[in-house]
Design a protein. Structure first.
Length: 316
């Protein structure tokens, strides 16, 4: 397929590096409102547009990868779907449940494929760790922890993307969706109760958020997300008979299964920069006539957005 890129920053470059390794998938065109001229010089073999509409008007483009700032994801996705393009949109695909519902409706109306790029879900090591945890290998799961915090190199002011409320900045939108997703993979998207505390930045977004989630069968999850504090970015899943430790869980390539004195180390490196796996998944779905991926469904995108909404409503 011929891929078009709407928005072209750091993450798009990593996605591009993976795309270039997948046979049959072609980076065909980029669209950027801020650096089109520079991209044209850097990538002479790729079409470069200075507007998104011009890219979407190109009939040779089959699928669009969207990595603009969070506040534009819904608008860009709907425009691409209505232009007859399949869409893979960076997480969070929408900054409200209403946006997810709108995008899903347009995807259904146009018959195009739509997927939120929750790349963690597609990584072999991550999928294997979750599978083994849920298989009963460490006994019934009772508790889990996950943190994703980093000190952003972005300007920690309203001028920077991450702390800008107009661009849907904040820790939960940027990195908190990863801990929330692994908790959902184990216990579901609907905790029976939760408590949330946040440090609010001077710009008015959550710069650090900690969560305690409780589930109907007594399981508990303790989560932390931050764009101003660096953490170990580790997830641990605790069962009655042992635990699974996932270092750098959001880009998982290895994990440990610990049962008493026994420690099994499992290595399953991802391909290229890690985005290969979601690219291949999207291609397979489209080739099979499927309109969404069962590895991260549109209903899950909606449930994720609803949970984030509930959390943010308690901290503001």
């Amino acid at each position: 397929m011929n891929w078009g890129f709407i928005g072209f920053g750091r993450i798009a470059r990593k996605f591009l590096a993976s795309l270039e390794t997948v046979e049959g998938e072609t980076p065909y065109a980029f669209a950027s409102r801020s650096n089109a001229h520079e991209l044209a010089k850097e990538f002479p073999s790729v079409k470069v547009f200075d507007s998104y509409d011009k890219l979407l008007a190109d009939e040779n483009i089959d699928i669009v990868y969207i990595s603009t700032t969070n506040n534009f994801h819904c608008e860009n996705t709907i425009s691409a779907l209505r232009a007859g393009k399949h869409v893979v949109c960076e997480k969070p695909m929408g900054v409200s449940s209403q946006e997810i519902e709108q995008m899903t409706q347009v995807a259904q109306e146009t018959g195009m494929f739509l997927m939120e790029a929750m790349w963690m879900r597609f990584l072999p090591a991550y999928r294997e760790a979750i599978k083994r945890a849920k298989s009963g290998e460490i006994g019934p799961i009772k508790y889990m922890t996950a943190s994703f915090g980093f000190r952003s190199i972005d300007k920690l002011t309203k001028d920077g993307r991450l702390l800008n409320p107009d661009l849907a900045g904040g820790a939960l939108f940027d990195v908190g969706v990863y801990p929330l997703t692994i908790a959902a993979d184990l216990f579901g998207w609907n905790p029976s109760s939760f408590t949330a505390d946040a440090q609010i930045s001077e710009t008015g977004v959550d710069q650090s958020t900690q969560l305690q989630l409780n589930y109907s069968e007594g399981q508990m999850a303790q989560l932390f997300a931050s764009i101003t504090v660096t953490t170990n970015k580790e997830a641990c899943i605790y069962g009655e008979d042992g635990f699974i430790r996932m270092p750098l869980f959001w880009k998982c390539q290895e994990f440990e299964v610990v049962k008493g004195e026994e420690v099994e180390k499992v290595a399953m490196p991802f391909d290229s920069t890690g985005y290969v796996h979601e690219i291949v998944a999207a291609r397979e779905c489209i080739n099979n006539g499927e309109k969404e991926s069962n590895l991260f469904t549109l209903e899950e995108s909606l449930q994720s957005a609803k949970l984030v909404e509930k959390i943010l409503s308690t901290v503001f």
